[in-house]
Ligand binder design. Sequence first.
Ligand code: PHE
Length: 341
Amino acid sequence: MQEKVVAILEEIKQSSAENAAQLEQYRLRFISKKSVITELFGELKHVANDKKREVGQQLNELKNEAQQKFKKLIAQLDDQQTANESIGIDVSLPDGGQELGGVHPLNYIRFKIIEIFERIGFNVSDGPEIEDDWHNFSALNFPENHPAREMQDTFFIERDPDILLRTHTSNVQVRLTENQKPPIRSIMPGRAFRNEAISARAHCVFHQVEGLYIDKNVSFVNLKQTLYHFAKEMFGKHTEVRFRPSYFPFTEPSAEIDISCQICHGDGCQLSKFTGWVEIAGSGMVDPNVLENCGIDPDEYTGFAFGMGIERISQLKFRVNDLRLYTENDVRFLKQFRTLH
Ligand code: PHE
């Protein structure tokens, strides 16, 4: 009997409870009505009479010991729970506010351009950034070894046959014309790549929106009117537009489009190189060779195309004069556009 008491006492001392289940196990073994201690009390009647008193006392002490340890285990578990809660979430605390993101200025301009052209019946098309020579150059009437190719500072991925990063979004013009029958009236926003050293005024990755309209009887008047409309929608109705003769292999005749400078309004500034005009796009009537290259009969159909730089338009609207800001993800810059939508 005494040996059992000693063994149980030792067992109680070693006991611990790290969670409610272990505490319950302890309770069942040492405290409950069916505990080992109750069992021992039951055995008391077999103890010799002269020892009964002494053994009874020992059992009472054991019972006390078991109960005290039980209280201790409960207190320990309680402490631990409070500690856990304090590192958890206190739902009664204020949340500190939620920061909402904003639209990137280049996306804002892109959405705006799309919106303007969609309203006059253009849809939106997409094309690959990794392109072959045919779609970026040859189909667009760039003869082999023509200096215009050199001017594009191409990033080549493979040579012979050439695979490259498109140097303009005009590749989508070709893909669209190859795959669709006129009338085609589409704008094509996307990234373009040229091997230029990164500086405030040049970047090797930039964004363009290409436009294409092919149908019967499309004329230069349509081109002019479309771009007048665009410039006034984008920059306001007092904006002046000027078409300057230019050259692109894939358009004939070609023109560059200038608008009255939004920064100096004609007074002269760095951006307009003191002329009061800034260039926003290249354009022209699609060269008959290009139509033929894409399987469209140039005697039946004509078309115009234009291509504009999103960075330049954003620069005029928001006066961002360092192109690097667009890709550096400096929140001090981005936060200034938070109210755009
Ligand atoms: N692809 C020309 C460029 O990147 C722009 C352009 C597009 C010019 C369509 C005329 C017609 O400079």
